[in-house]
Design a protein around this ligand. Sequence first.
Ligand SMILES: C[S@@+](CC[C@H](N)C(=O)[O-])C[C@H]1O[C@@H](n2cnc3c(N)ncnc32)[C@H](O)[C@@H]1O
Length: 266
Amino acid sequence: MSIKYKSSSGKADHTSKKESTTDNYLKDFDPRVYLEKLRNDPNEDKKFRFSLDGLHEVFSGGKCFGKRLLDLGSGPSIHSVISASRHYDEIYLSDYVPQNLSILADWWTGKISHMDHAIMYCLDMEHNSQTVAQRNQEMRQKIKGILQVDVRKSNPFSPNHLPPFDAIISSFCVDSATTSLEDYDNATSNIPAMLTENGTYIFTGAMDKTYYSVGGVNFKYPTLSKNDIYQVHRKHGLVIEMFKEFQNEDIYDGTIFMAVARKAVE
Ligand SMILES: C[S@@+](CC[C@H](N)C(=O)[O-])C[C@H]1O[C@@H](n2cnc3c(N)ncnc32)[C@H](O)[C@@H]1O
């Protein structure tokens, strides 16, 4: 089981099993296949580590802290908030797909512990003597809600209204939720209203891709260049202050990135 990304260059994706693509996450996204990939695939592990390393670097730098943190499009996993959890008091997980929310709820209520290897990896980076069980517990106490979200809506939490967050982490969410540059632009326009002034937006995504696959299903992806990403965020008042790229052609046909943007004060 694996997740692979197909490049816009048309270079072969040796694991693609279906020609058809979908943007139907409600029907086609299988959280168990996705979690297997996060646990098992050593090639994917290098990309996974790029995310965990980047988030550790961002949150150990001393510039990102506050009260309220949102993980936008968590999928079925809590790994995106492990490093951040030390620096915020209230954490909200979210996703569009109910089956992902249900796995997150099972973790929150202690029924499962599904990302212990990622927690251990982050504790090592922090030189932290906490046990994995203690960190799980600390994180569970800080989680204040698991929310259904649709980033394509102008109020992504509709019909609910939530106060803005000091920081939003979004890992492969806005690009997964959209299929063209125009859609990506529209969805990104919904981010600033969810942030406090000067709030921080930490986002990860892939460049120059047309789709990625989870197990046998290919999900459509907008084809984005670095320039597109900078321009779209600037247009919506999100000024990118840090941009890191990961490339390893042996395992990955393309580039993934992590960026940190600050909401401009109006
Ligand atoms: C590639 S997964 C990323 C999950 C997790 N953030 C990670 O980094 O492993 C993409 C996620 O985007 C979510 N998603 C798809 N459409 C969405 C939408 N319209 N609004 C919010 N999230 C969406 C999917 O349910 C899925 O969990």
